[in-house]
Design a protein around this ligand. Structure first.
Ligand code: AMP
Length: 283
């Protein structure tokens, strides 16, 4: 596996792969890799000729400085994991490779068509501008045929689909299901910051979400939201930031079950902010 640190070196590798007609599969990550990331990488390897993974903790998508500083970083372990999966190239740029100095002070603006008005967009102002900024830069460099994203970050995935449409990127975005720990807890790099006790508590989040599926025929979305928030907040040490039941396409809050919906939750487990989501199927 090649480890590439600079954009110029990456461009040469891409030129070589494209010249020999290889299809490029790409998985952008912020590192501290786990089985959720591994699933994306395995799919990218299976469905393409050349698999590239990027590891870059993107400062412009963090609206909270402490969160950025505390974000787990395990580069050596990540590289070992990627080597084992059979990934061809890992791109590990530094900030200067991705951003000109002046870009760090000018907020990047993207028209989200309303997708950023709810949930993460509301609670983390500027977050999705930073996501689109870095993913568009990475797409320009890597020129992938297919790029793999997790449904765990449901709103991010919707925004990436819109970005590709609006910016005419010639890339297929592949949606990958949430990978969970045996307890049900959605895998996340941030789980590394949880104590054993906190991990146990955090697993209650997915238990409540799964249980909530039993009530779709008797509760309105609003009633179900209140139920979920109440159940999660009843676990000592968990504090819901938001739980919204939204249309899977427009991400607008649903008052009835008239369209396919997803319930998205953010919970503080101590100081660690965790996200998860669940699809509701109406009979
Ligand atoms: P991150 O490193 O957190 O930026 O995540 C990189 C990619 O992995 C994103 O597309 C995430 O949605 C995806 N991902 C993270 N956790 C999971 C998970 N538990 N299951 C599936 N995909 C995931």
């Amino acid at each position: 596996m090649k480890i590439v640190k600079h954009a110029d070196e990456l461009k040469k590798e891409i030129f070589g792969a494209k010249n020999t007609g290889e299809k490029i599969g790409f998985v952008p990550t912020m590192g501290a890799l786990h089985a959720g990331h591994k699933l994306l990488v395995e799919r990218a390897i299976a469905e393409n000729d050349f698999c590239i993974v990027s590891i870059f903790v993107n400062p412009t998508q963090f609206n909270n400085k402490t969160d950025l500083e505390k974000y787990p970083r395990n580069l050596d372990v990540d590289i070992l994991l990627l080597e084992k999966t059979g990934c061809d190239l890992v791109f590990v740029p530094n900030i200067e490779d991705m951003y000109a100095l002046e870009e760090m002070n000018i907020p990047f603006q993207f028209d989200f068509g309303g997708l950023d008005q709810v949930m993460e967009g509301k609670f983390r102002p500027g977050h999705f501008n930073g996501v689109v900024q870095i993913v568009s830069k990475l797409f320009n460099l890597v020129q992938p045929d297919k790029a793999y994203f997790g449904e765990k970050d449901f709103q991010q995935l919707s925004i990436i689909h819109r970005m590709v449409k609006i910016m005419n990127y010639k890339v297929d975005i592949i949606d990958c299901p949430i990978v969970r720990e045996p307890s049900g807890l959605a895998m996340s790099s941030r789980n590394e910051r949880l104590s054993t006790e906190e991990r146990k508590k955090a697993s209650e989040i997915s238990k409540v979400l799964f249980e909530s599926r039993n009530f779709v025929n008797s509760f309105t979305p609003d009633e179900l939201s209140q139920w979920v928030i109440g159940e999660v907040n009843a676990v000592k040490g968990l504090k819901v930031e938001y739980f919204e039941i939204v249309d899977i396409e427009s991400l607008q809050i649903m008052r009835t079950w008239s369209k396919p919906t997803v319930g998205c939750i953010t919970v503080f487990c101590g100081a660690v902010r965790l996200i998860d989501n669940i699809r509701y199927i109406i009979n």
